[in-house]
Design a protein around this ligand. Sequence first.
Ligand SMILES: Nc1nc2c(c(=O)[nH]1)N[C@H]1C(S)=C(S)[C@@H](COP(=O)(O)O)O[C@H]1N2
Ligand SMILES: [Mo]
Length: 363
Amino acid sequence: MLREDSFREQQTRDTVRRSPDGQVEMRWESLRGTGHHTPAERFFVRSHSGVPRIDPRTWSLRLHGDGLRAGPVEFGLEDLRGLPAHSMTAFIECAGNGRSLYTIQQNQRVEGTPWGLGAIGVAHWTGVPLAVVLERAGIRPDAVDLLPRGLDRPYVRDGVDHGSVRRPLPVTKAMKDVLVAYEMNGHPLRPEHGFPARLVVPDWVGVASTKWIGDIEVSTEPLHSPWSTDFYRLFGLGHPAEGSAPLTTVPVQSAFELSAGAQIPLGCEYLLTGRSWSGSGAIRSVEVSTDGGGHWLPARMVGPRLPHTWAQWELPWRPERRGPAELMARATDETGVTQSLGAPYNTKGYLFGAVVRHPVKVV
Ligand SMILES: Nc1nc2c(c(=O)[nH]1)N[C@H]1C(S)=C(S)[C@@H](COP(=O)(O)O)O[C@H]1N2
Ligand SMILES: [Mo]
């Protein structure tokens, strides 16, 4: 069950929830009746160490390392804009999206920002394929790993300086579908979303999508950083001591465009709406239960079902009993994976893919 205090907050008309340390969570109820893409001012924000101010005139993206044929290469913003532009619609979702559900639904203690389900957004991104940038920079055929690094301040936690946010990215993924984006929904990136340029790594945990990209090491040897060894792996019982492999694709998940504890009038037809997504491919179908999982009905899919983005759905509901009710939505993606009723525990509360029990009140 989502918490009651979030119920009170959601009486307000805010479209986002802000935490004192600068993180911003999108409120799902604010998406009802809006289009496919998340407006930039509602898009969640997750920054490890604040938002750097960057002068676009002096900014450049520097590629270097033994994986380049002829030494370092730099691209200014105008250089990037001069290359053939490519656009794609894709979600970015934090690995910790839904983390609070480990505690709320499974009574498990986990570390990290206690996100509800709003650490996700979908945007229309425009930029240059990273593959094009790498080819222009003269990537060697035996390069295996990249290390993109942000220009934000070093990340310091518990007195340890981990350096700037940087996470290895396999060359195979980089060449497949990663974008060096300079526009979000047709406008230059906002400072909090990575101005002047960021990576967009579709389907993978948000931390792969480096904001304020400053340089990329190109290597013929595997690379490591705290973001691939200490964070963004699964730790805990059932996992090796050093953790799982570094996290890549996000699980299947669904959300109602409704606040926790929303009041639904008795005996009237109410149109339940929501969205589902998966890092493994397009959504195939969604089922909805209005009685805590006792019965399931197929939702009607609205609009296209495409990979890399969410699919929208709806189902009319005429509640016939006053009092609390529990809504659930479970999606199946094109690989045949369906959301389960429980998410396997991990100490850092990543990848909550289980069906969410969404409390409402019939009045
Ligand atoms: N340079 C840099 N890139 C970063 C981060 C960061 O703190 N610094 N946060 C990452 C994480 S954990 C997520 S979930 C996404 C969030 O992107 P957004 O703030 O645009 O929603 O950015 C990723 N890229
Ligand atoms: Mo994240």
